[in-house]
Design a protein around this ligand. Structure first.
Ligand SMILES: Nc1ncnc2c1ncn2[C@@H]1O[C@H](COP(=O)(O)OP(=O)(O)O)[C@@H](O)[C@H]1O
Ligand SMILES: [Mg+2]
Length: 305
């Protein structure tokens, strides 16, 4: 357990394409912990992370990294080896959740979770179906993801995705409304409805102020909201997640059950990010949320003496 006298490191930045977003999350987390009276060190993550962890003498870390190396189990593995408790998911859940194909296979046995039809592709060829959403297995922030409506669009989409990953998930395009459900320590928070003004929740819509409207609790049918909350918790448990995670869904326009897309193990953590917004709707303020996540920091007990 982490006690309040302990020095805490906030890991931010990192080596992924989501570095800038992580810097924003990290600064916000650090500010919140300082406001709560913690002894905090901001740690900008590079290849020299092990030395920085030793030099700063931190007794626990709040991992505010997004994407590869920070959200995929790599940093979590390093912290396990060094015996430093850390926030969020362990190595295995992080690694599985980072891969959209592995995630869908892991949650598929759970009847609460409805999945879009898909196909895994490793080379350029004919589209298995259209319209399709083409995604690199590993990624985030909609980077490398395209919607393909024609054979020509499919070919371009596949080339884009294959440039980023050897495994590409080709998923049936689901027409509907987009929602996201944060799960905090195994309990679902209220549903957030996402309304991108452009129609596609891409990088620009995600990170440009005013390009997307957010609603919490989202104005969707109560049955759809409950179903998505159950599915988000089932996915969290299927992967063995910890801390705060956030699952994305599409609520189909035909009134059928929400379709699960993916689960993010280190969702954005600025005061205006989606999960803090959802926590806020239940009365949990940003600083309280950040501190609560820290108090659940953990690592495995050593197995060898
Ligand atoms: N099967 C799908 N049908 C319709 N839209 C989709 C589908 N999959 C993804 N999208 C759109 O692409 C966005 C990003 O996809 P997602 O799987 O959440 O990846 P990430 O957020 O990691 O980039 C979603 O927020 C949604 O707008
Ligand atoms: Mg997403």
């Amino acid at each position: 357990m982490v006690d309040k006298g302990s020095r805490v490191g906030v890991l931010m930045g990192g080596l992924s394409t989501e570095r800038d977003i992580s810097m924003k999350s990290g600064k916000a987390v650090s500010k919140a912990l300082k406001a709560r009276g913690w002894d905090v060190v901001d740690i900008e993550v590079g290849r020299d992370l092990p030395a920085k962890l030793v030099d700063t003498g931190v007794k626990a870390v709040w991992v505010a990294l997004h994407g590869r190396f920070g959200e995929d189990g790599c940093v979590q593995g390093l912290l396990e080896v060094m015996g430093i408790p850390y926030t969020g998911c362990g190595v295995r859940a992080s690694a599985v959740a980072m891969d959209k194909i592995a995630t869908k296979r892991a949650v598929a046995p759970f009847s609460e979770v409805r999945l879009a039809r898909d196909s895994v592709v490793t080379a350029v060829g004919e589209a298995p179906f259209l319209p399709a959403v083409v995604k690199p297995a590993v990624g985030g922030s909609t980077i490398g993801i395209s919607i393909a409506r024609t054979a020509a669009e499919y070919r371009t989409a596949l080339e884009t995705a294959l440039a980023l990953d050897a495994y590409v998930l080709v998923e049936e395009y689901v027409q509907g409304e987009e929602i996201t459900v944060a799960v905090l320590e195994g309990e679902a928070l209220p549903v957030v409805r996402i309304v991108p003004k452009s129609g596609f929740f891409d990088f620009e819509a995600k990170y440009t102020q005013g390009m997307t409207d957010y609603e919490v609790p989202g104005n969707i049918a109560p049955a759809a909201a409950e179903s998505a909350q159950r599915a988000a918790v089932a996915a969290y448990k299927a992967l063995g997640c910890g801390g705060l995670c956030r699952a994305d869904f599409i609520v189909p326009s035909d009134g059928s059950a929400p379709v699960f897309l993916e689960i993010n193990t280190i969702p954005g953590m600025t005061a205006t990010s989606l999960s803090p917004m959802a926590a806020g709707a239940t009365g949990i303020g940003f600083e309280e949320l950040v501190e609560r996540i820290l108090l659940h920091a953990h690592c495995m007990s050593p197995e060898v003496g």
